[in-house]
Design a protein around this ligand. Sequence first.
Ligand SMILES: *[C@@H]1O[C@H](CO)[C@@H](O)[C@H](O)[C@H]1NC(C)=O
Ligand SMILES: *[C@@H]1O[C@H](CO)[C@@H](O)[C@H](O)[C@H]1NC(C)=O
Length: 365
Amino acid sequence: PYLFTLVYVITCYKNPFSVTGAPGQCPDLCHCHSDLLHVICFNVKLKKIPRVSETTQLLNLQRNNLGNIPTGAFSDSKGLISLHMQNCQLREIGSQAFKGLTKLAYLYLSNNEITTIKPGAFEDLTGLTYLYLDGNQITELAKGLFSPMINLFILQLNNNRLRELRPGTFTGAKDLRWLHMANNTLTTLQPGSLDEVENLAILHLDGNRMATYPIAAMSKLRVVEELTLSRNPMKTLPDLAFQSFGRYMERLYLDNMGLEKFSDGAFTGVTAIKSLYLDNNRLRTLPRSLEYGTLTNLTLFNNPWTCSCSLAPLKKWMDTTRIRTDALCASPAQQKGRQVRDSSAFSSCRPKQKKNRGKTKGTRQ
Ligand SMILES: *[C@@H]1O[C@H](CO)[C@@H](O)[C@H](O)[C@H]1NC(C)=O
Ligand SMILES: *[C@@H]1O[C@H](CO)[C@@H](O)[C@H](O)[C@H]1NC(C)=O
């Protein structure tokens, strides 16, 4: 009976269908360094996740055909800090797949075929700071999926199939600073969906399908320094679009969107912008709320600019800066094809409206 019990414990407890080898020695086909501190099994036709002991801090399993990560796959490997599973043809992440990995800081799951991440998949990952899930086929993120990750700093979700973002998606991930969701199929970020990640500094949303700017969700953000919205089919941007983080925003990507118009107050509160990319749109003019003083990079090409007095602040900035920005007038007819900076259309424009308003107020008093 003892022997039976022992066999039972070994075969069932250790999940022999997906985990292979004995911990404490270098797994078959792998290379090990510094007394098993680093275990490298790069592209060696592994079919199962090898067992490594608690001494191992780095496990590199890239380019093997592993299929899925079952519950407790790493239960012998509680010392792991860095786990590399890119290009492993992973399709599903089971619940508690990373059970026991409380020290894990880096988890790379890029370029797999992941469609499903079960609720509770990331349980125990309280130390995780970098999570790479880009290049998969993820369509939705379960509510609270990231909630164990109180230290998460970077979440990389580029090149997936996310359709929308709902409230509760980022519950618990309060330290998230970089969120990459470029090249998904997002049509909207629901109001409340970014409430828990108000300290985001970098937000990439380029290459999605948002036809309107998700102002309710965005206005919860406080300190965004870089925002990319390129290649979303938005025709307009509303008043106060960036106001809640305008003092921090340095880089804004709005190219290739088919943008036709900004509301006049679209840039209200934007006071630190250095790089603004507006090329390849359908813009004719720029809003009064745009302040040019801090800009060091501005792209305007491939837009049908109307060279009349509403662009005078742009022309004035061009006259005083050494930065060369290409922008061709498309109208009126006599200016067509001219560079804005060379155009004579602005010679009789009066100074910016704002100053006039100030004067009016002053004389009224
Ligand atoms: C998104 O897709 C575009 C067009 O296919 C590509 O040029 C760009 O590099 C991709 N972005 C990322 C972050 O992968
Ligand atoms: C413009 O931006 C690019 C990249 O974003 C950067 O490499 C370059 O130095 C910037 N140019 C100026 C004049 O700031």
